[in-house]
Design a protein around this ligand. Structure first.
Ligand code: NAD
Length: 502
């Protein structure tokens, strides 16, 4: 195995960042474990309600000055943060691999995406402009101005510990709000580093706070009277069952992004080598722990006979399995590794139960990821190889539920309408992809499919920072999305001024 440089050398106890100070929490501590090596890399506190309250009070106190800071001056802080992130690009990426397990290339991709959020948010003087119209009635002019609202809570998931809070925080701060970020307690290190850099970039004390913790801190955020809005990304049971209703009850604006079950349709004319290559990163990238990962591949027989569909299905299954079999697994800091472990052994067991359940329901095992080789001498507990299930039908649990691991379900549909009906029968609506060279099929897919992010010959339909990160049905609760113009509107009140002078 190559020599690896690990930025987290000594285990340490993480602290909260409140009002510009790093403070130990009085809450109980929980180990943070590098899943590839099963070594403890630090401890994260499960902070108390009082600590969350202090962070909110600090943010509230900082808000008055920060909202009066000219947008261009706020943008300069973000540009400095961008520069610092570039300087520390490799360190930030390596931290993510240590805390989460993803490969270093996947971490670099995540760092790049996070930096792009900061870059786009730095355009705030233009992005935040309002509109006006003279003479809406005789001698009367009307203006729309965008004003920040106060303190926002940001709650992140474990699968993109660096990037996801950055879908929101730079835009919140750019618009003149203050934030309290609660990173996932499973991999909180990269958010600590981001907050350190934000401070170094000159973002004033109290504007960018971090409070570690679990569901208790989330509960305290949802109920806190001085938090005006919540940005949540995580599983659907928490988004739909906890965050969205509690924000409704306490009158907060909310973005609640939930889980996913994404379909990829492979049409009869799809270019096979390109499709298979795109599917490998889509189905198995980040060890399948991506809300935009495809997990159901539907071979569509539009215009084909039963026998032709069968032959096409066999050809795709063979090519898919051959490519998946070649994926190298190990510690993500080794540049030769293409897939890391799941976040922890318990998550692996959950995915294994999905595989067993699918086999009991009649799926066939085309590639068994429960048997695998690792590059290097590593504990196998959190690793699971790419798994390919054949003859999956839409009624099976593995086809309906979010598995969140490296498991591909191969299915067939006689027509495009049948395949789209499968997508629509699923409660999630995060993303869907089609592989085809036929513009009419591509347009029908884009037009009809009720999913927020559509890929056409793209396996991971990830919106850039200047477009909203969409989502529908059980994958998204709310109105305005993260990123892009939506998030500027989310973080500001549209105030109307109607003016007449005598
Ligand atoms: P999770 O719902 O378990 O946790 C998300 C956050 O909520 C964490 O910070 C956690 O501490 C907190 N939390 C957990 N349980 C809670 C509870 N009962 N009450 C209050 N807070 C609670 O999600 P996860 O396992 O960290 O992340 C994976 C999930 O996130 C997957 O379902 C994935 O699809 C989803 N996800 C969605 C998107 C998207 O854009 N839609 C993006 C990334 C991840």
């Amino acid at each position: 195995m190559a020599v690896l440089s690990e930025p987290i050398q000594e285990p340490r106890v993480l602290e909260n960042h409140i009002d510009g100070y790093w403070e130990p929490s009085e809450g109980p501590l929980r180990d943070v474990v590098n899943p590839a090596k099963l070594t403890v890399i630090g401890q994260v506190p499960l902070s108390t309600e009082a600590e969350l309250d202090r962070a909110v009070q600090a943010a509230q106190a900082a808000f008055d000055d920060w909202r009066r800071t000219p947008p261009l001056a706020r943008a300069r802080c973000l540009l400095r943060l961008r520069d610092l992130m570039e300087t520390h690009f490799e360190e930030l990426s390596r931290i993510q691999t240590q805390e989460h397990g993803k490969t270093i290339d996947e971490s670099r991709g995540e760092t790049r995406r996070g930096i792009e959020m900061v870059e786009v948010a730095a355009g705030i003087p233009s992005l935040m402009m309002g509109t006006n119209l003279e003479d809406v009635a005789a001698g009367i002019d009307e203006f729309l101005i965008r004003q920040p609202l106060g303190v926002f809570g940001i709650i992140g998931p474990y699968n993109f510990p660096f990037m996801v809070p950055l879908w929101f925080a730079p835009f919140a701060v750019a618009t003149g709000n203050c934030v309290v970020i609660k990173p996932s307690s499973e991999d909180p290190f990269s958010q600590v580093r981001v907050a350190e850099l934000a401070e170094e970039a000159g973002i004033p004390p109290g504007v960018w706070n971090v409070v570690h913790g679990g569901r208790e801190v989330v509960g305290a955020m949802l109920d806190h009277p001085d938090i005006v809005g919540i940005c949540f990304v995580g599983s659907t049971p928490v988004a739909k069952g906890v965050v969205y209703p509690r924000c409704g009850a306490t009158g907060k604006r909310v973005i609640a992004q939930g889980g996913a079950k994404n379909f990829a349709l492979v049409m009869p004319d799809a270019d096979l080598p390109h499709t298979i290559a795109a599917c490998m990163t889509s189905f198995f990238g980040n060890a399948g722990q991506r809300c935009l990962a495809n997990s159901n591949l539907v071979v569509v027989g539009e215009g084909l006979s039963e026998q032709e569909l069968d032959e096409r299905y066999q050809a795709i299954a063979e090519a898919f399995v051959a490519a998946a079999r070649g994926i190298t697994m190990g510690y993500g800091l080794d540049e030769a590794v293409q897939m890391g472990p799941l976040r922890d052994p318990g998550k692996k067991q959950g995915v294994v139960r999905h595989i067993e359940g699918a086999l009991e329901q009649g799926a066939t095992l085309l590639l068994d990821g429960r048997e695998f080789n690792l590059l290097g001498d590593l504990p196998p507990d959190a690793f699971l190889g790419p798994t390919v299930l054949g003859d999956v039908t839409p009624d099976m649990a593995v086809a309906q539920q979010e598995v969140f691991g490296p498991v591909a379900s191969l299915m067939r549909a006689r027509s495009m309408d049948e395949a789209i009906a499968m997508i629509h029968a699923n409660p999630f609506g995060n993303a869907a992809s089609i592989f085809t060279n036929n513009g009419l099929w591509a347009r029908k897919f884009r037009y009809e499919v009720r999913c927020g992010n559509i890929g056409i010959n793209i396996g991971i339909a990830a919106p850039m920072a200047f477009f909203p990160f969409s989502g529908m049905k059980d994958s998204f609760l709310g109105v305005l999305h993260g990123q892009g113009e939506d998030v500027i509107r989310f973080f500001t009140e549209s105030k109307i001024v109607i003016e007449r002078w005598f």
